[in-house]
Design a protein. Structure first.
Length: 476
């Protein structure tokens, strides 16, 4: 079968195309890439896994293939977050990392995230080279090199590795855990049955802070939901807050590289606001500077803050890998995307829900006000920002480039009564209104779907912007 890498690896349905056979073939192609890039030097790789069905077994199988090619493997001793795996890659000087996860996708999926030596998602060029190796191996009818797992352990080719200790040490350097503990905050962490379970509890517990964790047991079915920290999937967290278990909640997705939150009233706090609150805090309280990077689908509250602080701002296509590219080449203060992947200066170029959850707690502790109060002040200061996203199914597939060109060339003078002041094609087509509201239309390149995002100064204007997107979809 044809395996194609997306912006962050490969995902497929378990037992359909995500099978042991296909996993071994892909692992061999990854091994070929590692060996090609490391010459005669014996490289090593880090392999981690999440809480999905068979993830630990799949990770062991990848380890067998890499070890069968003479690559030493540090195999996680337990499920853990993707950012902990990425940090281990950088910390140990590994040539690459492999994370078995389908992130926030439905329980029937699993996948592979390939990590580069710098501690972030593999570059698109590396993903393409893996695909080339996979194709070449198929043409040569070359199967994967395999070694017995126990034999590899005896030979020192596979070694169990605890991801937590060095990751914990690194996070403690970035977040003031003592301030959180001394503030008296009562924290609830909802890992959504994902591999972030236990991490926030352990980090804060280490300084004497009590954390109430919900949905932290092993449940590969994720309770029948997508393990994505969106308000519609966080009823359990809202219930825990209402039951008095905590004064605010932190939610992380299936592999803990995304963040969401809830205030003391059970109101969902989205990544846009978490990003903006963090930017304010890093500049105003920590006195830090640097380039700010956001994806095209992320709130323009960030733009208004950057203008106030005199900070350079860069807009990228959707996908944290684009943010990571800039973090590797420039002095970036913070980078983030609307889906909840955010990272800061001093950290690896990888979205990290654990780190950002703890940093949000530090912000609340330092400011001496509730999360809800801080969000209200933010919106009064640089808002309002009424945001929504919808995915619209099209009647037929469309050519993404052709549709983008048409939407750009036929840009309307106004939408929902508001003048269109700017048209951007960074990723899809983005119409920026005169009042700084915006509408983003992104045709999918792989399926007949139109992704429509809008942020507006009022709920009525947001509805009008989304309505225009729906008209576009209906006309295709």
């Amino acid at each position: 079968m044809t395996i194609r890498f997306g912006t962050d690896g490969w995902r497929a349905v378990i037992s359909d195309t995500f099978t042991y056979a296909n996993l071994r073939l892909l692992s061999q192609a990854i091994a070929d890439l590692i060996l090609e890039d490391n010459g005669k030097k014996q490289p090593h790789a880090v392999i981690g896994f999440d809480t999905r069905f068979l993830s630990d077994r799949y990770a062991a199988e990848v380890a067998r293939v890499l070890a069968g090619n003479g690559i030493k493997v540090l195999l996680a001793s337990a499920d853990g977050p993707t950012p902990a795996v990425s940090y281990a890659v950088k910390h140990t000087g590994a040539a690459a990392g492999v994370m078995i996860t389908a992130s926030h996708n439905a329980p029937r999926y699993n996948g592979i995230k390939l990590k580069a030596a710098f501690g972030g998602a593999a570059l698109p060029e590396q993903g393409r080279r893996v695909e080339v190796h996979l194709s070449d191996n198929e043409e040569r009818v070359r199967g994967p090199n395999l070694i017995d797992f126990d034999a590899a352990v005896e030979q020192g080719l596979i070694e169990r590795y605890n991801l937590a200790p060095t990751y914990y040490t690194h996070v403690r350097d970035l977040v003031d855990l003592d301030a959180i503990c001394h503030s008296g905050l009562r924290v609830i962490h909802d890992p959504m049955y994902g591999s972030g379970r236990g991490y926030i509890k352990a980090l804060l517990g280490g300084v004497g802070c009590q954390v109430h964790e919900i949905r932290g047991e092993m449940n590969p079915g994720f309770g029948g939901i997508h393990p994505e920290p969106l308000g519609k999937y966080l009823a359990a967290l809202a219930a825990a807050i209402q039951a008095g278990y905590g004064t605010m909640g932190i939610a992380t997705d299936g592999d803990a590289d995304r963040i969401g939150a809830m205030d003391g009233e059970g109101r969902f706090i989205d990544p846009h606001r978490i990003f903006a609150l963090t930017l304010k805090y890093l500049v105003e309280k920590r006195g830090l500077t640097g380039t700010v990077v956001r994806t095209v689908s992320t709130t323009r509250m960030i733009d208004r803050l950057c203008k106030r602080y005199g900070l350079p701002l860069k807009e990228t296509p959707v996908g944290f890998n684009h943010i990571a590219d800039i973090m590797l080449s420039e002095d970036v203060l913070i980078g983030g995307e609307e889906s909840g992947g955010i990272s800061i200066k001093g950290h690896i170029p990888e979205g990290d829900g654990i780190l950002m959850g703890l940093l949000l707690l530090e912000i609340v502790a330092s400011e001496g006000r509730t999360l809800g109060e801080l969000v209200d002040e933010l919106e009064a200061d640089v808002g309002p920002a009424h945001y929504a996203r919808t995915d619209l199914r099209l009647r037929r597939p469309v050519d993404k480039e052709e549709m983008v060109a048409r939407l750009r060339d036929d840009a309307p003078a106004q939408i929902a009564g508001e003048k269109v002041a700017e048209v951007s094609t960074v990723d899809g087509v983005k119409y920026v209104m005169a009042d700084d509201s915006w509408l983003l239309i992104r045709p999918s390149g792989t399926e007949p779907v139109l992704r429509v995002y809008a942020e507006a100064t009022s709920e009525a204007l947001r509805a009008g912007l989304l309505g225009y997107g729906e008209e576009i979809a209906a006309s295709v």
